[in-house]
Design a protein around this ligand. Sequence first.
Ligand code: HEM
Length: 496
Amino acid sequence: MIMEIHTLLLLLTLSLLIIRFLLNRHGRKNQPPGPTGLPIIGNLHQLGPQPHCTLSTMAQTYGPIMSLRLGSVTVAVASSPATAQEIFQKNDQAFADRPIPESVAAQPNVADTLAWAPANPRWRNRRRICSTQIFTTQRLDLLQHLRHRKVQELAEHLQKQASKKSVVEIGELAFATMLNLVSNTVFSEDLVDPEFQSAGEFKELVWRIMEDAGRVNLSDYFPVLKRFDLQGVKRHVAVSYARLHEIFDGMIRKRLRDRESSPARNGDFLDVLLDHCQQGEAADFTVDNIKPLILDLFIAGSDTSGSTTEWAMAELLKNPEIMQKARKELIQVIGTSNEVKESDIPRLPFIQAIVKETLRLHPPVPLLLPYVAGHDVKVSGYTIHKGNQVLINQWSIGRNPQFWDDPLLFQPERFLGSNIDFKGRDFEYLPFGSGRRICPGLPLANRMITLMVATFVHSFEWELPQGVTPQTLDMSEQYGITLKKLSPLCAIPVSV
Ligand code: HEM
């Protein structure tokens, strides 16, 4: 009986999809050009395992603004600085909200996240608090010692590995360091074992959420299928979200008890949020609805920064002459005995250029986060209709020979003496996005990645594992929630 009901529902759904396809075929006027799709699935089958590359190739045929149909969702893809600028500057009001993937909607109180909430006053308030309480220069300077300690712990761990001539996974270490950094900023404590040995439940949970979010989920392309969760993605990821909320809940309750018994404050982000909670209903903060905001910082901050550090080191191991030039700068500015400090960064233009060049060639979020059109909008003379999704292929823009000389070469020198920056105003270079939803974590990510890369290069010589040479080092990408290295970067630290 249950089987029959399921079959009936599936047939009904398929009929609805066919009717919608037939109605839509000629429905939308003046859409940007794009490849012809198949009935029902549209262009879904054409995306392949590397959608950012496929879309980049398609843009050569269909132009800098094109339109695809992914199941029953219409997606406009911008692939030039001019179209990105039109979206972010001229029409930023229309593209302020995001579609919420089912893997994200699986978490409790999704409307209280920062990355996925609609751009309403509640979101604006949360963003303002993050910007003023975590990411201003003054606040970041105040917590410098914390980052130095985390990077120092990482260096000490590497010293131990160096004495054993052990191979280390650089991305994994950078990811764990970043998780601990965010957890110290929010809770004033580590959530990952400082010896980087055990996988640690927290790291596993964050990792599993990333993996689930990176899976292609039919429910996102056929909203009528949402309720069936045919691939079980939502059910699977919900377990990790629930456990993380439980961990946060325990930490928040403990802090509330500490605050009751003593007026002393840690001065971390949790204290800031709890102060807001105690301002009552008008402040719009409760113990339950601050958890998605905290989780967002962990999810958005750790993998992106870890992966960028890994790509930077991979490029340096692939290009030994650039590694030597970087080390020379570090020794000239800092000497051999001192540790690298954040205050040294302004005097390390070449290291800064390495981070910028890494973000150009290997942006961790290649299509930015998706936007949804709030109303019909004209872009480059075409109409993007209300409800259509918009992607910006900044990976493609960063590798386009129209805007960059020798775009596929890793040449940090191109940023020396150049005014191009990643603050969202240079539309040929948008690793952190642009406009009102630009990455709020940019200043922290920049400081932390630069500090990690500088410490790696300053404190160690690096060797590739036996059998791997700079020429054979695999630089293939794996598309997912972040654009990672397909094979993790393994290398041997050698003490200098
Ligand atoms: C290399 C490191 C990072 C990169 C490349 C990166 C990139 C991005 C991008 C492309 C977006 C979407 C922007 C848009 O839609 O225009 C974003 C959003 C966001 N990022 Fe980052 N990010 C990084 C690190 C961080 C860190 C360290 C944090 C916080 C600890 C963070 C927190 C966020 C949040 C909360 C959002 C959502 C903002 C909103 O929708 O209002 N990110 N990031």
